[in-house]
Write a protein that binds this ligand. Structure first.
Ligand SMILES: [Zn+2]
Ligand SMILES: [Zn+2]
Length: 267
């Protein structure tokens, strides 16, 4: 059976400092779920647990108290509206989350590819070249896969994020540079621990001639037995509205079946 688009586990509300769109409310997000027949959605605003020191100002504000302003989430029959967070990993693979919040967050997504944030999520030296960025990509994903987080409810967010490099040419070069044997080792580990691999609608908005480069990592992940979840990463209603078409295209490209779906999506 073909993979069904029935969930979205990566959605921001206006609370995220990079959204600030007054229309991007939990109610509007729930409406999106209704319109698309989704059964499970998750709010994942940017978050840093202040118990982990030495973060940047932007994250200091976005602590638990901040993201919890969205609670309680609105309800609708047949839809599970979960409360999660998009945590952050710094250049030393430290994640801004401690066990005190594991139970408070229904789903935890960890981006390893916010490589735009030089000095914090990427070293100055790594930022100098495509090779350096590729090394950071590999090191940070490995860090996540050995982080000890409660893997059954964790997702590796946007592995092909455009923030890997603002220059599209360099972005594609970084993805092409990731060695297949390393990817296989990492994705076998990901499959073993049961962490979710995100199909992010921004990553999946590639041009036809970029498909091979962008999809290669996900094809290897699939081959290694990884399971996937969908995440629109919408920061505004427009992002919600265009998600369906992008997801359906990605599902076709990767020929995903229901058996490739992350177990967490099905609960
Ligand atoms: Zn992100
Ligand atoms: Zn996000």
């Amino acid at each position: 059976m073909r993979y069904v688009y029935d969930h979205d586990l990566h959605i921001h509300s206006q609370i995220s400092l990079c959204s600030k769109d007054p229309e991007q409310t939990p109610e509007r997000i729930l409406q999106y779920a209704k319109e698309n027949g989704l059964r499970k959605i998750c709010l994942t605003d940017h978050f840093w647990d202040e118990a982990v020191p030495d973060t940047i100002e932007w994250y200091k504000i976005q602590n638990y108290e901040w993201i919890a302003k969205s609670l309680p989430l609105p309800r609708a029959e047949g839809i599970q509206f979960l409360f999660g967070a998009e945590c952050e990993m710094d250049k030393d693979t430290r994640i801004g989350l401690t066990p005190r919040y594991y139970d408070k967050l229904d789903f935890i997504i960890v981006p390893t590819t916010h490589l735009n944030n030089i000095g914090f999520s990427l070293t100055e030296q790594q930022a100098q070249s495509a090779e350096g960025r590729a090394q950071a990509w590999l090191k940070k994903l490995e860090g996540l896969l050995y982080s000890g987080l409660p893997y059954h409810k964790v997702g590796a967010a946007h592995l092909a994020c455009s923030l890997i490099s603002k220059k599209r040419e360099e972005y594609l070069a970084v993805l092409d540079m990731l060695p297949e044997d390393r990817l296989r080792t990492l994705f076998r580990r990901a499959a073993e621990i049961g962490i979710g691999i995100e199909l992010n609608s921004s990553d999946m908005s590639f041009k036809e001639n970029e498909a091979q480069t962008v999809l290669r990592i996900f094809e290897i992940a699939k081959m290694c037995g990884c399971r996937f979840y969908l995440g629109s990463d919408a920061h505004c209603p427009k992002g919600l509205d265009k998600a369906k078409e992008i997801f359906e295209r990605a599902i076709d490209y990767l020929e995903l079946k229901e058996s490739d779906k992350l177990e967490f999506c099905k609960l």
